[in-house]
Write a protein that binds this ligand. Structure first.
Ligand code: FES
Length: 170
C-alpha cells in the first residue's frame, strides 16, 4: 500500500468517525430535549415546579424528598377528575410515582394514557385510579400548593386540604 493510499484511508476513517460522533451528539441533544424536566427548584423539603411549559400527555417526573413525583398535563380528551390539580384552564395529574401495591415505579404509556407497573401488571388511569391488577388504591397525591403557574410540592395549600378532607389523596 502506498503511503498516499494509507493516508487517504486514515483521513476517510477520521472523517467518518467525526460524522458518527456528530450524529451521536445530535441524537443525545434530541434525547436531552425530550428528557429535560420542567424548571424546578428544590429547597428545604420543598420542590417548586413551573408548570407553564408543560405539554399535554407528556409525563414529567420530579423529585421530592427522594420520591418520584408524577406531573402529567391532561389533554382535553382525558376525563376531568376531582383529584386533578387545576391551574387556569389546565388540568394536571400529580401523584407520588410509586405503585400502591408494592412500591415499584410505574411507567406512563402515552399512547394508552395509562400508567403501567411492570412488577405485577398493575395499571392506573391518567387520574391515578387503579384500573387493573393488584394495586389496592389510587396513586397517592403529595401535599402541594399552587402559586401562580408554580406547583409547590411539600406544602399543603387549600386545594390539597380540600382533597385530603374529601379522602381523595390516597
Ligand atoms: S408493585 Fe405494582 S403491581 Fe405490584
Amino acid at each position: 500500500m502506498s503511503n498516499n493510499t494509507k493516508g487517504r484511508r486514515d483521513f476517510m476513517g477520521m472523517a467518518l468517525g467525526g460524522f458518527t460522533a456528530l450524529g451521536g451528539l445530535g441524537a443525545l441533544y434530541a434525547m436531552k430535549r425530550t428528557w429535560d424536566p420542567l424548571p424546578s427548584v428544590k429547597a428545604a423539603g420543598f420542590t417548586t415546579v413551573d408548570l407553564s411549559g408543560a405539554q399535554e400527555n407528556v409525563l414529567n417526573v420530579e423529585k421530592w424528598r427522594g420520591k418520584p413525583i408524577f406531573v402529567l398535563k391532561k389533554s382535553k380528551d382525558m376525563k376531568a377528575d376531582d383529584r386533578d390539580v387545576v391551574i387556569g384552564s389546565d388540568r394536571f395529574h400529580v401523584s407520588i410515582g410509586l405503585c400502591t401495591h408494592l412500591g415499584c415505579i410505574p411507567a406512563y404509556v402515552a399512547d394508552d394514557k395509562k400508567f403501567k407497573c411492570a412488577c405485577h401488571g398493575g395499571e392506573f388511569d391518567a387520574s391515578g385510579h387503579q384500573i387493573f391488577g393488584p394495586p389496592p388504591s389510587p396513586l397517592e397525591i403529595p401535599p402541594f400548593k399552587i402559586d401562580g403557574t408554580n406547583l409547590v410540592l411539600g406544602e399543603a395549600g387549600p386545594e390539597y386540604k380540600k382533597m385530603l378532607d374529601a379522602g381523595l389523596t390516597v
